[in-house]
Design a protein around this ligand. Structure first.
Ligand SMILES: Cc1cc2nc3c(=O)[nH]c(=O)nc-3n(C[C@H](O)[C@H](O)[C@H](O)COP(=O)(O)OP(=O)(O)OC[C@H]3O[C@@H](n4cnc5c(N)ncnc54)[C@H](O)[C@@H]3O)c2cc1C
Length: 422
């Protein structure tokens, strides 16, 4: 039995749900397949205490507010999942859960695609991969199992109580690594944190959250500038009611900051000499944001409270003035390493000509070079905000419009000659 659908969406995270809404808006019949549950990533692939990085008024779709918390609050992860679930119900998204798409092939000598799933075969004219940018945990092969420490990725970390006794090394100081290291330190653990290049905007400045500043300054909308620049991680946190990530503050509170981990031998982790450079670049990014905000407020005559104290930096802590270049794990009492080193995508189920030699999708704002194939939720798909809840909604609108345009062409039938002559 083969089931026929016009358009198939694979994945029911925020991307798949947004896609469904915009396909419906264009009257395009479709089906969404999800291998687990709706918004699964927010339920089972995040640590217990995670809250959204943006406030509820911002990190949402335009047509539904969070009702479970105040507009300026940072909703806990379960509330984000519930919100997305409620949204899917509100728009009556045709989602089937518990069905994995295992392969996709272009049909031979006829249009469309054949899609194999764990629940049978589907044919579709168009397929949208909304399977997410954060599919597989990436752990650099630095520390061998024989090192005798527990190693895990940030996506499997849950809470401090789950870890063996002892100090913890967190590698990576993006939003995940920064928040996890902070939580561990607050729980009384001795914590080490490897800090790579990062941006760290102020959580709030002059009474406005950074999400607001990035919005009015047009910074959510910037396209990737040049290859490489798109991967600088943003270190922000909604934890503790939302505080600016300040690595100097964490160090003054007892955390040991390190440069990037670059090797391992004889029980010792080799550390790059880039800690001060990375902290300084993060500070410069922070100050630049304040400058841009002040310039915008002046230009627009905004009556916002001044906040000169936001420019005060703590002095360099000991771990910056005397940086550690070799860390003996055993001597430091480290029993756990948490790799907050990001994720990779997985399109191995798509056997179509839509990828470059590195396996990355070849596309324009999600429209693949392979006719009928689309992507959603890719990092920098159209702009900096593309992987965020609010940003993916706007990318979905564009992709749905493109699918509708192509559908019109596909369905075009020339008038009969007699009618055309009239
Ligand atoms: C720790 C962390 C915190 C974040 N916090 C925020 C935040 O506060 N605000 C914000 O805006 N963004 C945040 N993000 C970024 C982003 O919003 C989330 O990662 C979000 O889950 C991405 O949504 P998505 O729909 O693109 O992908 P996912 O949520 O990963 O959804 C993809 C879905 O596809 C399914 N799937 C995959 N392969 C198949 C297959 N072959 N067949 C069927 N189904 C399949 C998966 O099961 C999954 O449910 C965060 C990301 C991380 C990692």
């Amino acid at each position: 039995m083969v089931e026929y659908v016009d358009t198939l969406v694979v994945g029911a995270g925020q991307a798949g749900i947004a896609m469904s809404e915009h396909l419906s808006r264009n009257s395009i019949s479709h089906l969404v397949l999800e291998k687990h549950r709706v918004a699964e990533a927010w339920r089972s692939r995040r640590w217990d205490s995670l809250v959204a990085n943006g406030p509820a008024w911002h990190d949402r779709f335009p047509n539904l507010h969070f009702t479970t918390c105040g507009a300026d609050a940072f909703p806990p992860k379960e509330q984000v999942a519930d919100y997305l679930n409620a949204y899917a119900q509100k728009i009556e998204a045709p989602i089937r859960t518990g069905i994995e798409v295992t392969s996709l092939k272009r049909n031979e000598e006829r249009s469309g695609f054949t899609v194999e799933t764990s629940d049978g075969v589907i044919e579709a004219n168009s397929v949208i991969a909304a399977t997410g940018a954060f599919q597989h945990a990436v752990i650099p092969p630095l520390v061998p199992e024989s090192a005798g420490v527990t190693q895990m990725h940030s996506s499997t970390y849950r809470n401090p109580n789950d870890l063996p006794e002892g100090a913890v090394l967190v590698v990576g100081a993006g939003s995940s690594g920064g928040q996890i290291a902070d939580e561990l330190q607050r729980s009384g653990r001795k914590t080490y944190l490897c800090v790579g290049p990062h941006d760290r905007p102020p959580r709030a400045y002059r009474g406005r959250d950074y999400c607001w500043w990035l919005g009015v300054l047009g910074l959510w909308d910037i396209p990737a500038k040049e290859p490489g620049t798109e991967h600088v991680t943003i270190s922000v946190s909604g934890a503790q009611g939302g505080k600016t990530v300040d690595f100097r503050r964490l160090a003054h509170d007892g955390m040991t900051l390190l440069g990037r981990a670059s090797g391992f031998a004889d029980g010792k982790l080799m550390i790059d000499s880039d800690l001060c450079e990375n902290i300084s670049a993060g500070d410069a990014n922070y100050i630049d944001m304040l400058d841009q905000a002040d310039a915008y407020a002046d230009k627009m005559g905004l009556d916002l409270p001044m906040e000169p104290e936001a420019r005060t930096m703590l002095p360099d802590p000991e771990c910056m003035t005397n940086p550690i270049r070799e860390l003996d794990l055993e001597a430091a009492g480290i029993t756990t390493i948490i790799w907050a080193t990001g994720f990779r995508q997985d399109f191995s189920w798509m056997q179509v000509d839509a990828f470059d030699e590195t396996g990355a999708p070849v596309h324009q704002r999600g429209v693949s070079n392979e006719p009928g194939i689309y992507f959603l939720g890719l990092p920098w798909q159209s702009r900096r905000g593309s992987t965020f809840i609010w940003g993916v909604w706007h990318d979905a609108a564009y992709v749905a419009d493109q699918i509708a345009i192509q559908k019109n062409y596909r369905e075009y039938v020339p008038e009969a000659p007699a009618a055309a002559a009239e």
